[in-house]
Write a protein that binds this ligand. Sequence first.
Ligand code: PNS
Length: 166
Amino acid sequence: MERTAIYPGSFDPVTNGHVDIVERGLKIFDKIIVAILRNPAKEALFTVEERKEMIETSLNKYSNVEIDVFEGLLVDYAKKRNAGTILRGMRAVSEFEYEFQLALMNRKLNREIQTVFLMTGFRWIFTSSSIIKEAASFGGNINGMVPPLVSLKLKEKFGCITSADE
Ligand code: PNS
């Protein structure tokens, strides 16, 4: 039986840390569905369509990775996609409490679905979409922390494209 995991998140935008988790996940699962939450209640820098395009471009070498968008409860989406596992990345202990809560709520909602946590590679421990957006918004150089297309899109958003970037 094919082992499929759902890797859910906001991905606003995708970082090299996210890519690292997918690559680690592919060593365990046959297929990974990267699922972007469409959340009208949360203001995002990038539209869902922009986020999807950036993830697709960053992971297009993997034929067993699919990028999708979901709304509503994650466990309902996982069931609909026949995925028995939710994959989440963990960077630091500070994230544990939120992740623990999320995993236990998901388990309460559907006992058939398991959550698996993978540790991010050490070099990505400090990266997060929020901190990268903040650095980029002030013109900080975020090359190497995000896939090349994301770097370009962030610079476009914050109006700091230089001729050296083009
Ligand atoms: O990247 P994020 O923002 O930490 O991802 C959070 C996400 C999308 C995994 C979480 O908010 C989620 O699954 N939302 C969908 C609604 C849901 O099922 N919530 C958990 C149980 S109430």
